[in-house]
Write a protein of this length. Structure first.
Length: 279
């Protein structure tokens, strides 16, 4: 190796701890549960895709306000619901209590789950674990706590779908940290194979569509600016002209994906539903 090559600077590694702290601030702001509640059908469909059986030990990772948690508990499973944002776990507790469902709620980091190896029959995450800064570490943790022959069920937004494009649009106004992989990579079969292939006997992935239904484009924007942490933080970080530009781009994006023609919105948002069988 030449001296010049040896001295050539390398790109700095991203500070994943700092990224995680900023993400915590985003998901702790607003009230994600207002948006999360609308996604309940995704948790139900994921449990059906897994063919979830009563009595299974189930872990919901990065559970938010508990969509997959409730779906599994409704199927008479022994469910543990985890998230690193206490306020979201509180909302999940309230929902479970309202339905008289037995669920254990625990604060936990998806990249360092406080459970022994092979503890669970099924590990779930709907639009949650995909946002971890250290994707490989999080995937390794999901596989570690799942027993051999058990299943890992995931619902992840795709890069080309509406939410994938939402984050891309935000990124044009506020560039993401350099070197951090896009969360939407979890919504690709190739990335799932990279992360889980060596520990899986089978990876079955199918694209599905979730429909965001709101009263109008302005209603959607108001909800996401007020309650959805990443969008709330993006607007808060921009000056008045920057906010106006972001609003313009988001409304244009809504128009591109909206299938309604009556003034409301029915925005079709693609996601990847994956069922991974642990080797």
């Amino acid at each position: 190796m030449s001296t010049s090559a040896a001295l050539k600077p390398t790109a700095a590694e991203p500070d994943l701890a700092a990224v995680k702290q900023r993400q915590y601030g985003a998901w702790s702001s607003g009230d994600y549960a207002v948006v999360g509640t609308t996604l309940q059908i995704v948790g139900e469909q994921l449990c059906e895709a897994i063919d979830l059986r009563a009595g299974s030990k189930v872990l919901d990772v990065a559970a938010g306000n508990g969509n997959a948690t409730l779906a599994a508990a409704r199927r008479w499973c022994e469910v543990t619901s985890t998230d690193y944002v206490p306020a979201l776990l509180k909302r999940g507790r309230e929902r479970a209590a309202a339905e008289h469902l037995m669920v254990e709620f625990r604060e936990a980091d998806a990249e360092a789950l406080p459970f022994a190896d092979a503890t669970y029959d099924v590990v779930l995450s709907t639009f949650g674990v995909m946002f971890t800064p250290d994707q490989d570490k999080a995937a390794s943790e999901l596989a570690r706590v799942c027993r051999s022959g058990g299943k890992i069920g995931l619902a992840n937004w795709t890069p080309q779908g509406f939410i994938g494009q939402l984050f891309k649009t935000i990124g044009r106004h506020l560039p993401p940290p350099a070197g951090v992989k896009s969360p939407a990579l979890w919504g690709t079969a190739a990335r799932l194979e990279e992360m889980f292939g060596s520990q899986a006997s089978d990876i079955a992935a199918e694209t599905r569509m979730f429909v965001f239904r709101y009263r109008s484009p302005d209603h959607w924007l108001d909800i996401f600016k007020t309650f959805y942490g990443p969008t709330l933080k993006a607007f808060a970080a921009l000056d008045e002209s920057g906010q106006a530009a972001l609003k313009r781009d988001l409304l244009a994006l809504l128009g591109e994906f909206n299938h309604a023609d009556d003034g409301t919105i029915a925005v079709h948002s693609e996601y990847l539903e994956a069922v991974i069988t642990k080797r």
